[in-house]
Ligand binder design. Structure first.
Ligand code: KG4
Ligand code: ZN
Length: 368
């Protein structure tokens, strides 16, 4: 079964083609990063308009990559939430038009469920459902969400932890803005953090070096599996102000690059520390058999390294290109929905705040 997946919830126009929920046939993205970069964040109006421009060429490239024609597509899947309303509408309307004209099923997919199913594309051989097997402890960390989700089977999710303020990706993006780095901030922070070892530190005084090396705070939110990233973001801002990096940095000044790299590395370490610890804690508390990571932040090299090094359980971490937004994960997720008979009709609407995973308290009240 060939499913075409469309993803336009934020700033990537993405089309993927997946065979039988596991085999990646095409995965094409048109990034809008250059358009939003001057603003340091996604401008919804610009995103919606750019999706309209990029949709057709992206679709054509995906079909060419998969070496199929539209007539061979068996079902059309699309992200219908959560995300930016105007951006979602362009994908959903394209999917409806294709479903109608090709006379194939239309499957609306939750973006967060899609991020989890990228693991099914990443795992070679046995599927994560068989090896390591359910229940799976899933971390979905993106620009809009930081959720810990217990996946007990296909389509069965409990939300056991979430951020109480900023999402991890949002915090990376804001931190990058404070440090004068580009957008999206996550990859930029990672890149400069990795450059730290190579930079000259002698230009700074011992006092400065000591200030820079002091760890940034971690919000442990003890007794819960929830996150909070606003504290570390504010601490970074204050340190950038004290070291003169914000609001008027001197990019040619002595030690500028070292200071930026040092703060970026400290920030990354703080976020990665909490994400890793809470994911492992959750896996233990709920007796998970394995870990699944998804969402743009899980493309982070340091996070991947820490999780792999510290987890006694097997972890499925998709390659970075499947962690960030893509259409293939939507097609993969749709395949399992289709197996459960979850198909939509042309009344499918967008839902910018589409919920995902029954909160644990509700699940318990319902006697599950
Ligand atoms: O899942 P995603 O592509 O889009 C949303 O659903 O939001 O996630 C985008 C987020 C951005 O905030 C971006 O800065 C972050 O993922 N991100 C990263 C990395 N690559 C992307 N954060 C940390 N390290 C990375 N390498
Ligand atoms: Zn995403």
């Amino acid at each position: 079964m060939l499913i075409l997946g469309i993803e336009t919830s934020c700033d990537e126009t993405a089309v993927g083609i997946v065979e039988d929920g596991r085999v990646l046939r095409a995965n094409v993205m048109a990034s809008q990063a250059a358009i939003h970069s001057p603003y340091g964040g996604v401008v919804p109006e610009l995103a919606s308009r750019q999706h309209i421009r990029d949709m057709q060429p992206t679709l054509e490239r995906a079909l060419a990559d998969a070496e199929i024609t539209l007539g061979q597509v068996d079902a059309v899947a699309v992200t219908h939430g959560p995300g930016l309303a105007g951006a979602l509408i362009s994908g959903v309307n394209t999917a409806k038009a294709l479903s109608l004209t090709l006379d194939v099923p239309l499957i609306g997919v939750n973006h967060l469920e899609g991020h989890i199913y990228a693991a099914w594309l990443a795992a070679q051989g046995a599927s994560p459902a068989d090896e390591p097997g359910f229940p799976l402890a899933c971390l979905v960390a993106s620009g809009g969400h930081t959720d810990l989700i217990l996946m007990e089977g296909h389509g069965s999710y409990r939300l056991v932890g979430r951020t109480r303020d900023d999402a991890a990706g949002e915090a990376f993006d804001k931190a990058a803005r404070v440090l004068g780095l580009g957008f999206p901030g996550g990859p930029e922070i990672q890149k400069v953090a990795e450059s730290l070892e190579r930079l000259e530190r002698d230009v700074l005084t011992d006092d400065d070096l000591e200030q820079l090396a002091a760890p940034l705070p971690r919000a442990w939110m003890r007794g819960t599996l929830d996150f909070s990233f606003s504290g570390v973001k504010t601490a970074l801002l204050h340190r950038a102000q004290r070291t003169g990096l914000y609001p008027d940095p001197e990019p040619d000044g002595a030690g500028h690059d070292f200071m930026v790299a040092s703060l970026a590395a400290g920030f990354q370490e703080s976020v990665v520390d909490v994400l890793t610890a809470k994911l492992l804690d959750m896996a233990q508390r709920y007796g998970a058999r394995g870990l699944v990571l998804g969402g743009g932040v899980t493309a982070n090299a340091r996070l991947r390294q820490r999780v792999l090094a510290e987890s006694a359980l097997p972890a499925v971490i998709p390659p970075p290109v499947l962690c960030t937004d893509n259409g293939a994960m939507i097609a993969a997720s749709a395949y399992y929905q289709y197996q459960r008979g979850q198909v939509d009709d042309l009344s499918l609407d967008v839902d910018p705040s589409l919920p995902f995973g029954a909160p644990l308290a509700e699940a318990m009240a319902a006697g599950e």
